[in-house]
Design a protein around this ligand. Sequence first.
Ligand SMILES: [Zn+2]
Length: 371
Amino acid sequence: MSEETKVDAVMTVGEEPKSYKLPEPVLPKLELPEEPKAGIPEDGIHMACDGTVEMPNGENNAHIKPPPEGKLRILIGVCILSYSHEFVQSFLKFWQQVCTIERGKMQIGYHFVYRRPSHIGEIEIVKVAKFNKCTHILFMDDDIFDITVEDLHKLIDAKKDIISGHMYASKFPFASCAFRRYDTKKKVIDMPSDNSMYRLYEVPCQCPTCGCSLTHWDFKFCPACGAPLDLLVQPVDLIPLPFALVRVDLFDKLKKPWFHCSENYPTDSWLADRCIEAGVQEYCHMGVRLNHNGINDITRPHELNKGLELNKASGKGLVHLTQEDMEKHQYFLHSKMQEAELKCKPAIKLIETLEPQPIGVSNDSQKNDSK
Ligand SMILES: [Zn+2]
């Protein structure tokens, strides 16, 4: 009848010697031990340093208490496209710092969006932040490494609606990703497909009083004219969001959709135009130096050299210019940029005043910038 008896029957018909019979197997028991009864804490209705985040579920969020007066509640939002070991390590280190150093000082949680187009992921992050009554979102990219709690504090202390740390592009020629427009009548989303020479320029590190180029953003005084400097927080027309702190109530001022992209422009260009439209200034914190997939202040000059040599060897991407033409080209670009800089800081005189300014004369460029 049963499977077992049939097999036995066959065995006896064939008259197999008894010694060939396999021993009865002793199988391990598969019962699992009882699970621990920890579960979600009873008061898990607010975001705390344990990272608990509630997902918008169509219901209202009245049960989520807003953070105490004056306290920050930050949602770290990451759109994950490719998960790298380096990112996980870097994030866990950052998260550990936040949880141990910041406990009690601020409420913080995180939300990862996996493998969605970035504009859809970014909109979802804003929705999650609003549902959880967060005050800020810390947008982070999945290829930014070595961030620290100090970096976060620098962004918080700048007290801007939208401010990002500084990164270089991860591809040759590793541009500095803090841009201004040559022509403020043009839209940022039209720039990538614009073929003219004057589109966006990298924010130059220079003294706003005398126009002297500087090597560091944290100079306290201009070595040429002696004017006091405060260059770390720079107004920009376009900033990506690799490690950017954004106030959640900013999105109440912006038209929807807050993020959008097409094959002609990326989401950060779209957001930049939305901000310009709403009269909101974007900022870049030059003191927050990011490691963008291995490109940072230390590696960039070497990678740039390597890229140049590779291009030279392959013969691609090389434009043959005489020294004279090159100088002309650079001169035009430079003067055009100074022109644009003058327009964006109408209160500051560039170049014309080369006389040294007395030390201590306050420089109100920053006040004008923050309008
Ligand atoms: Zn100067």
